[in-house]
Design a protein around this ligand. Structure first.
Ligand SMILES: Cc1cc2nc3c(=O)[nH]c(=O)nc-3n(C[C@H](O)[C@H](O)[C@H](O)COP(=O)(O)OP(=O)(O)OC[C@H]3O[C@@H](n4cnc5c(N)ncnc54)[C@H](O)[C@@H]3O)c2cc1C
Ligand SMILES: NC(=O)c1ccc[n+]([C@@H]2O[C@H](COP(=O)([O-])OP(=O)(O)OC[C@H]3O[C@@H](n4cnc5c(N)ncnc54)[C@H](O)[C@@H]3O)[C@@H](O)[C@H]2O)c1
Length: 515
């Protein structure tokens, strides 16, 4: 491809919404600028991490020369094939979840629930297109960023080649993200499968869907597709779905999944996929039994691999691992001190908000830390996470088993939502809030929430951790009644009760006699 020709990028179906999306994030008629003599910063990859670095550096209005290179769609996974389309789909699915519970709430929906799958998917595309101007090539150009659409690779220690155009840089940032792991299952390539890259292009509902992988992608989408009317089998190779999360939390979710009709195949080993007249047949073993299931589509969410290929990292002395990605230190500096990395390409936390936070560290460390003074560290970040199933599982800080491994003594306060009035009025008593604090101190070091809007609630606890607000102070925060967030106050009150020793109790009893 010469520098004047662009690969035409299509996002199926090429309806008015996807046309608008592509016109924003990879415009067909885009003409790459004439490269500047030397850039202060060149960023490869215009996903969350790359966009935040570029916008942050150019937006400071300091006259910095910034270039941003994207080979596919600006906005990366989050906008195009990740958070935005998945959460749009989940929103539609949630309505059905509510309708299933309606009878229990005294509301009879007598008619058959009729899901218009094509409309659900077109809503998703409309929403994505509507948001896409934020990440558009035109917006970044207006911010003063030189946007290059094409494949970026290092050409020498201080140059990057974009399809023949050479960009000289003082500092560079690798923000090329990650993509779905290809499963090593005999016959699956020939049978064909969906990943997050094409599942949001579906226009017809698969009647029977196999989901491989019970991580966040598999769980969120398995539940959404089930609610939208698919018969779903979820295969996971551990004993619990979302096995990084608190076991009691995943127990609750597993019960919900089973109640909603998802077939869970745990501790499984997928052996082979064979194409048959009825569709795709998956042979598997689980708990010593061999079985098979036949589906119309297979969706793979079995983890991510970092996009390190084709960057010519060897030429610039940037070390990497095929599985873990680009090697960085705590300042997000690679093994070449002029080259930094941020986001899924180099981090364990593969979240949009983590990519955003890392990008801010990179801006500071590349541009505003002369002689390395005042640099920010990745390890100082407190990153919450939410899996947007129903109920949501939200977590921040460390888990109880992690604390044990690290030799940190903790105490845990658990408030069941069956003790929280708003959860009771909402018939959402199944979840809980767990707060881990240091033994003998009110310092919060981790928390898990299982609740329908646990993701909204976790920010209160994240704020407390970041600002070192202990449980004692949290108990003085007034929450509106009745809200599910009252669980936080209840946990804080429970902590304060533990401070009342028998001696203090005696003393208080004595004092009340005189007051
Ligand atoms: C289905 C799904 C749902 C998700 N839901 C959530 C969620 O709800 N919340 C959340 O926080 N996170 C979610 N995530 C994770 C989130 O999308 C990622 O963590 C985030 O997008 C990472 O951003 P990034 O900038 O590091 O990488 P990416 O978004 O992957 O961007 C990297 C960009 O680099 C480009 N690129 C790669 N190589 C080159 C090259 N050589 N030259 C030029 N360009 C290149 C790619 O085309 C891409 O656009 C989800 C992910 C998936 C897959
Ligand atoms: N709500 C969110 O924030 C959100 C949502 C989706 C994705 N993400 C991000 O994207 C990342 C990738 O998500 P993911 O779910 O693909 O990865 P993951 O690695 O978190 O989970 C995939 C799971 O699939 C299992 N698995 C792998 N191969 C298998 C096989 N052959 N058979 C059965 N099980 C198999 C693995 O053991 C693993 O637990 C996540 O780590 C997360 O950071 C975040």
């Amino acid at each position: 491809m010469s520098s004047l020709e662009f690969e035409r990028i299509t996002v199926l179906p090429m309806d008015e919404y996807n046309q608008r999306l592509v016109a924003n994030v990879h415009p067909e008629n885009w003409v790459n600028p004439q490269p500047a003599n030397c850039y202060d910063l060149v960023v490869i990859g215009a996903g969350t991490a790359g966009l935040v670095v570029a916008a942050g550096a150019a937006g400071l209005d300091l006259g910095l020369k910034v270039a941003l290179i994207e080979k596919n769609l600006m906005g990366g996974d989050c906008l195009n094939i990740g958070c935005i389309p998945s959460k749009s789909l989940i929103r539609s699915a949630r309505v059905i979840g509510e309708m299933w519970k309606a009878k229990n709430l005294g509301v009879n929906i007598s008619q058959h629930i009729n899901v218009d799958f094509a409309t659900v998917m077109s809503r998703l595309r409309r929403i994505r297109a509507g948001i896409s101007h934020h990440d558009s090539a035109a917006r970044f150009k207006n911010l003063g960023v030189d946007v290059f659409l094409g494949n970026g690779k290092f050409a020498s220690k201080n140059t990057i080649d974009v399809d023949g155009q050479i960009l000289k840089f003082k500092k560079a940032v690798i923000a090329t993200g990650a993509r779905a792991i290809k499963p090593e299952i005999c016959g699956i390539e020939a049978a064909g499968y969906l990943t997050n890259e094409n599942v949001f292009s579906l226009i017809q509902k698969p009647d029977k869907l196999a989901v491989i992988g019970g991580g966040p992608i598999g769980c969120e989408l398995a539940q959404a597709f089930r609610r939208l009317g698919c018969k779903v089998t979820l295969f996971h190779n551990s004993s619990h779905i979302l096995n990084k999360e608190d076991r009691e939390a995943t127990d609750i979710l597993q019960r919900v999944f089973t109640d909603e009709g998802i077939r869970l195949v745990l501790n499984c080993q997928l052996e082979e996929v064979v194409t048959v007249t009825e569709g795709k047949r998956l042979y598997f073993s689980s708990h010593g039994n061999r079985d098979s299931v036949t589906v119309n589509e297979i969706l793979v969410g079995a983890g991510r691999v970092p996009s390190v290929e084709g960057l010519n990292l060897e030429a610039v002395g940037v070390e990497y691992d095929q599985k873990l990605g680009v090697k960085v230190n705590d300042y997000l500096q690679t093994t070449n001190s002029n080259i930094y990395a941020a986001g899924d390409i180099c981090m364990n936390w593969k979240f949009t908000h983590a990519a955003d936070a890392a990008a801010r560290i990179v801006i500071k460390n590349t541009l505003f830390s002369p002689f390395g003074l005042g640099r920010s560290r990745l390890s100082s970040l407190v990153i919450p996470r939410v899996t947007y199933t129903d109920p949501e599982i939200a977590h921040v800080g460390i888990y109880a088993d992690e604390a044990e491994r690290l030799g940190i003594e903790i105490e845990t306060i658990k408030i069941g939502f069956n003790n929280v009035d708003r959860a009771i009025t909402d018939s959402q008593e199944a979840g809980f809030l767990k707060i881990h604090h240091k033994k003998g101190s009110d310092e919060i070091i981790g928390a898990t929430i299982v609740a329908s809007h646990g993701g909204e609630m976790i920010s209160g606890i994240t704020t407390a951790i970041v600002n070192k607000i202990g449980l004692s102070k949290l108990s003085s925060v007034i929450h509106p009644y009745p809200t599910q967030a009252e669980a936080i106050k209840k946990a804080a009150d429970a902590y304060r009760c533990t401070l009342i020793t028998p001696r203090t109790k005696k003393l208080l009893g004595f004092l009340t006699k005189f007051s």
